[in-house]
Design a protein around this ligand. Sequence first.
Ligand code: 2P0
Length: 333
Amino acid sequence: MSKATATAHSNIALVKYWGKRNSELMLPQNGSISMTVSDLNVNTTVEFGSFPEDSLVINNQKLNKGTEEYDDYVGIFLNVVRNVVKKDLKAKIVSESNFPIAAGLASSAAGFAALALATSKALNLPTDEKSVSILARRGSGSASRSISGGFVEWKRGEKEDGTDSVAVQIAPKDHWPEFRMLTTIVTSSAKKVKSRAGMAQTLKTCPYYKGWLESVNQDLDIVRKGIIEKDFTSVGQTSEFNALKMHATMMTTKPPIIYWMPSTLEIMQSVMAWREEGLESYFTMDAGPQVKVMCLQKDVLELKKRISELNGVQQVIECKPGDGARILDRHLF
Ligand code: 2P0
């Protein structure tokens, strides 16, 4: 059978991936650590066959050749797959997400993780986590991390062929079920600069990128150890610091990339003030204006209430450590 369906969740990075050393193989400049989240998911069905051409529908919208989503993302991934199986098969893909895509909520991570697993199953390729992580990486770097559940590290790797640039689980979701990310949506419109272009621009023009690379391994060590020891203060402090360093490199490119909106900053400053009062929480932002507030389960109700009262906050989604990608029996077509 050449048709399969898979589901995958987004992940939110605690130590960020920002920059490639090989854009064809999607090899990162640095390792990263994330939490796969429970509540933001994508379901994808793919069928391979002798169709006239590839077709792609995401959230009921057709996105075939000529659209950015197909040409720069899915089309490239499908060519990688055709190269692996050495057959000119065409794909029919239908995908549904339960959150706005392209708004800095790691839609490409969940999307390509689901597509890579469904593709592997449909084409009888290996479906172990390592193999699927490596395939998912070719669609979108952060997708490599959504194959596993819980807390995950995407190893930078050293090899030129990318066979050691793979995501591995640090701890399963049940290791630290109290850990929360309150994903705060301040806008659902698409971001102006895609991560891929933003990273390339940073590498080319940011004078501080060297400082990012020099300090990221230390962040990885602290966050990895903090997760294993369930040391919330250590994980929160270092993740927040790491996110600010990444945004500092984005802001200091030519032309500058500023993903924040006024409400992004309002949430950040509020979190810092609440922390002073003893309500322990930390923030992280990705390539978009949304803020993810890290906290422990015991403080969720109070924080949700306070965040919802801030200007510009449209929605607060409580994300727990979640499962990795898995095959579903029910197809979308
Ligand atoms: C991350 N981001 O670690 C970082 C933090 C955004 C900021 O991974 O070019 O969509 O497809 O590999 O994975 C978003 O970048 O980029 C991302 P590609 P991707 O989560």
